[in-house]
Design a protein around this ligand. Structure first.
Ligand code: NAD
Ligand code: LMR
Length: 328
């Protein structure tokens, strides 16, 4: 039996936490032979701490053999202590009529303190995945407040957008989602994101050869993916939770599984694909060793794509300007 790894989850009693934690506990993320110690953080408010106890009681009642310990706390220094992975979910979700960037004022400051604390107490091999919105810029804030852990350790989640894009293409083409490959997301987790259908494939053929309705690809597909979060909020009265938890599982598992399959991850931009250096932009990534990735730079982007990327980059730069006082 392997030694247990420590996985910190913030916002553990929230909606996403409720879908996410049982799947970590059952081995869906780190493998069926990898024990975990769950270090669950919630705000220091009685109702939240009580709900967290309830989450832990249910986990006990699942009798997951891989759970080798649980820590329930309101103290980030305890939650992140020696953590190998920190999954930063805890923050406010948006409501109807809001954009994710409207959350920056309330949520940004959470990531200042958490970035610092993770840097102080987490394990040397710690990796951080940010889900709390606006996740690209929150991730930048957390990374900027860490001095020991390198920026490459901090990633933000655009895998939900990739999964949404794959499903939309599969539905339109009347194929299985597993027939869709290389659909990759560029930029911000916001309506400006660019799901690059030009380089995507269906059963190995270019998407544009299978779905010949270019107007649908440009004018329906892209906004449907970009605004799917708002559509879920409209339908459910609450933001996506099961699909967000599932995407985070895909995000972490893909980063821990070396292989040829490409996936979308928001990482610190090195200037490739036209993004400004230092913003956290979603790009195609290949995992080269568990927890270590490289940005795949070979995709050709046409003028349509370059224009979309310029717009999503401008938004990332403007978010960075808004939070400049939080950047360490
Ligand atoms: P939720 O309100 O159900 O749960 C959030 C939990 O976080 C709450 O229990 C709250 O008490 C806790 N929390 C707040 N501040 C905290 C802090 N400083 N430390 C620890 N815990 C804290 O919300 P949710 O639906 O689970 O969504 C969480 C976040 O994830 C939101 O910001 C949402 O917009 C975002 N989200 C991102 C994606 C994505 O694709 N990147 C997808 C879905 C949701
Ligand atoms: C999503 O994409 O579902 C989340 O980011 C939640 C939201 O605010 O849209």
């Amino acid at each position: 039996m392997k030694s247990p790894i420590r996985v910190a989850v913030t916002g553990a009693a929230g909606q996403i936490g409720y879908s996410l934690i049982p799947r970590i506990a059952s081995g869906d993320v780190f493998g069926k032979d990898q024990p975990v110690i769950l270090q669950m953080l919630e705000v220091p408010v009685d109702k939240a701490q009580q709900a967290l106890k309830g989450v832990a009681m249910e986990l006990e009642d699942c009798a997951f053999p891989l759970v080798h310990g649980m820590v329930l706390t309101a103290d980030p220094a305890i939650a992140f202590k020696d953590a190998n992975w920190c999954l930063l979910v805890g923050s406010k979700p948006r409501g109807p009529g809001m954009e994710r960037a409207d959350l920056l004022k309330d949520n940004g400051k959470i990531f200042v303190g958490q970035g610092r604390t993770i840097d102080e107490v987490a394990a040397d091999d710690c990796r951080v995945a940010v889900v709390g919105n606006p996740c690209n810029t929150n991730c930048m804030i957390a990374a900027a407040n860490a001095k020991r852990l390198k920026p490459e350790r901090f990633t933000a989640m655009t895998r939900l957008d990739q999964n949404r894009a794959a499903s939309q293409l599969a539905n339109k083409a009347g194929v299985l989602v597993s027939d869709v490959s290389d659909i990759l997301i560029y930029g911000n987790h916001s309506p400006t994101m660019y799901p690059d259908f030009f380089n995507a494939k269906i059963k190995g053929k270019a998407v544009t050869d299978v779905i010949t309705d270019r107007k649908w690809l440009e004018e329906t597909f892209i906004p449907t993916v970009g605004k799917r979060g708002a559509a879920i909020i409209e339908a459910r009265g609450a933001s996506s939770a099961t699909s967000a938890a599932n995407a985070l599982i895909d995000h972490v598992r893909a980063l821990m599984t070396p292989g040829a399959t490409l996936h979308s991850v928001a990482v610190r931009s090195d200037g490739s694909y036209g993004f400004s250096e230092g913003v956290w932009a979603s790009v195609p990534v290949r995992t080269v060793a568990p927890g270590t990735y490289e940005v795949v730079k070979g995709f050709t982007l046409n003028d349509f794509a370059k224009d979309k990327i310029a717009k999503t980059n401008a938004e990332l730069v403007s978010e960075r300007d808004t939070v400049k006082d939080m950047l360490g």
